[in-house]
Design a binder for this molecule. Structure first.
Ligand SMILES: *[C@@H]1O[C@H](CO)[C@@H](O)[C@H](O)[C@H]1NC(C)=O
Length: 270
């Protein structure tokens, strides 16, 4: 009895092992914070999640803030805060890659003065500080994504430069990739995100904005959230959420970890 039950269990485990990784393979996590060319350990400065590497698909869910689990007290308490200067080059290393077509954004939210990031649940204002969208658009085949150059797989990491004007303070920095392969129907877009904890020093006197809240920044029918990317081939991509602060910059070329930054506002290739 026991041995047949356990061989059934083994057979089931083997079956699941052959099926499940397929589905989970293209999923991903924002796992390691990168600062000025050095990566930290996985979930050392980035809040971990409780949903493995699954996406959030309801734009009205509180999990849109820092992913599922990212606001849990125990996870907040064990995540460290990285002290760095405004103007630093920062980014995320992904486990394992941004394996679907879609845009990449980074948002920040400042904790109220005197509040430690371990006590901040991201319920304040957020501004968008980086956007990396299409590399180019072709009439016959539509949108091409800077983080998803097709045959070469998806980006495994990215970096950008924090604005010099960013005021000193404690910030959550939320990396987000929106996977659009199933976004042709409502609820089909997949949101992958992770929140790093940063103490920004030597900041400037800018006023980051416009600001939004999570959830609330996106609607399920925003043109950048509900979009069939395959047919007919779209001829433009309209980012959801606010424009980037400062300067409404939209980048169209990936800056990889380990390469010199090529600037954060590059135009699209023709
Ligand atoms: C960053 O990601 C790219 C692919 O997107 C990869 O080729 C490169 O090795 C990665 N850099 C590091 C330092 O791991």
């Amino acid at each position: 009895m026991l041995s047949s039950a356990s061989s059934t269990t083994t057979a089931l485990a083997l079956l699941l092992a052959s099926v499940l990784p397929q589905a989970a393979l293209a999923h991903y996590n924002f796992e390691r914070l990168i600062v000025n060319g050095e990566a930290t350990d996985p979930y050392e400065y980035v809040r971990s999640t409780t949903n493995s590497n699954s996406p959030i698909q309801e734009v009205t869910s509180p999990n849109m803030i820092c992913n599922q689990g990212g606001n849990d007290a125990a996870i907040r308490a064990r995540t460290k805060t990285y002290e760095l200067a405004a103007g630093s080059e920062v980014g995320f290393d992904i486990n394992s890659e941004l394996g679907h077509p879609g845009p990449l954004y980074v948002y920040m939210s400042r904790a109220p003065d005197g509040v430690e990031l371990s006590d901040y649940q991201g319920d304040g204002d957020w501004f968008k500080v980086y956007a990396l969208t299409t590399s180019h658009i072709e009439t016959d085949t539509g949108l091409y994504w800077a983080t998803f150059p097709g045959s070469q797989g998806g980006a495994q990491n990215f970096t950008f430069t924090l604005p010099e004007d960013l005021p000193t303070g404690n910030y959550l920095m939320r990396g987000e990739h929106i996977a659009l392969h199933g976004a042709g129907s409502v609820g089909g877009a997949q949101f992958y995100m992770g929140c790093a904890q940063l103490a920004v020093t030597g900041g400037g006197s800018g006023t980051p904005g416009p600001t939004v809240k999570f959830p609330g920044a996106y609607a399920e029918d925003d043109p950048g959230v509900l979009i069939g990317i395959y047919w007919p081939p779209p001829q433009e991509y309209i980012s959801p959420g606010p424009p980037v602060w400062p300067g409404e910059c939209e980048d169209h070329t990936l800056n990889s970890w380990g390469q010199d930054s090529d600037g954060d506002c590059n135009p699209m290739a023709q």
